[in-house]
Write a protein that binds this ligand. Structure first.
Ligand SMILES: [Ca+2]
Ligand SMILES: [Ca+2]
Length: 316
């Protein structure tokens, strides 16, 4: 009897021991993963430090895509920078190379969306309307209704009654991802799909609304209202000549070009552009083993190169 009890007890102990071993192994794996996550986070921060250093070192009067801050960070997409047991890649995005959705005019958004073929055409019955009529116009008007303070929908727009209990922002956006609340704006439309850029590649909510000619893509430069009175052919010739001069190093150089090209061009047209930027977004990815951590930081830089991180977020 005593022997049987001892055998049973031994079997129980062995069982418990193996169970403990399994739990301990799992815990060790969890600890290792947490440790890797922490390292990946710190590695991403190294990417941010590199970006801040490059922006700080860049102290001339203009910003363009041939400069170190852009070239060196773009290279990390192909060749990651090793740090400790991991590596990072980092991007610096000039917010002045995009249209500011808080200040943009309807004609600018419509032009841009038409030019790039962005519109709500795949979700034809989302609001019970035929949205295949003019997707780019619908998209622009819905965005503008979301931002403007009133509750009066534009002909193809959407206000309170289209939000099903939620509300449009009816004010300046603080984060571009708020646009995902607008009916019809899908993650694909926001992030880009089918070889087309997404809203996140074209729009911003930061800055004063002036567009940096040196860093904006051609469609965005063309979307800035004007030059007034130009037909399509004349516009094309104008932008061909203007953009062939990029990078423009001084704002005076831009003014001189415009006056020489067409003395009748209103001064106000040229005043919508800049060649120097003060607001950048840094996106860094740290990788350790299989674990990846992302961060996004909004950086303001003054004329002397001093950089300030005004927003910082870990991207889930
Ligand atoms: Ca510069
Ligand atoms: Ca509104």
């Amino acid at each position: 009897m005593a022997l049987a009890a001892a055998v049973l007890l031994l079997a129980l102990l062995v069982g418990l021991f193996y169970s403990w071993l399994r739990t301990a192994g799992l815990q060790a794996r969890l600890d290792a993963r947490l440790d890797q996550a922490m390292q990946a986070r710190l590695t991403a921060r190294s990417g941010l430090s590199m970006a801040l250093f490059l922006l700080f070192r860049d102290r001339n009067d203009s910003d363009d895509l041939t400069e170190d801050w852009y070239r060196y960070t773009e290279m990390t997409a192909f060749t990651q920078v090793p740090v400790g047991g991991g590596s990072f890649s980092v991007r610096i995005i000039d917010e002045a190379g995009r249209l500011n959705v808080n200040t943009a005019r309807e004609e600018s958004l419509v032009y841009l969306f038409r030019r790039l073929g962005l519109g709500i055409t795949a979700t034809g019955t989302l609001l019970g309307e035929d949205l295949t009529v003019d997707g780019p116009l619908c998209l622009a008007q819905r965005i503008l209704d979301y931002v403007d303070e009133d509750d009066l929908p534009r002909p193809f727009g959407a206000e309170f009654e289209s939000y099903g209990g939620r509300r449009p922002r009816n004010g300046r956006l603080l984060d571009l991802r708020e646009l995902l609340d607008v009916p019809g704006i899908t993650p694909g439309l926001f992030e880009g799909e089918g070889g087309r850029p997404g809203l996140q590649d074209l729009l911003t909510v930061h800055g004063d609304g002036l567009v940096n000619l040196n860093t904006a893509r051609r469609e965005i430069v063309e979307a800035v209202p004007g030059p007034p009175g130009y037909d399509e052919e004349r516009r094309r010739a104008f932008f061909d000549t203007l953009l062939a001069r990029v990078p423009i190093r001084k704002v005076g150089e831009l003014r001189d070009f415009l006056v020489t090209y067409d003395p009748r061009l209103p001064r106000k047209y040229g005043e919508q552009f800049v060649v120097f930027s003060t607001c950048f977004r840094v996106e860094a990815v740290g990788r350790v083993g299989e674990v990846e951590r992302r961060l996004s930081a909004l950086v303001r830089r003054d004329r002397y190169g001093h950089c300030r991180v005004v927003r910082f977020a870990e991207v889930p």
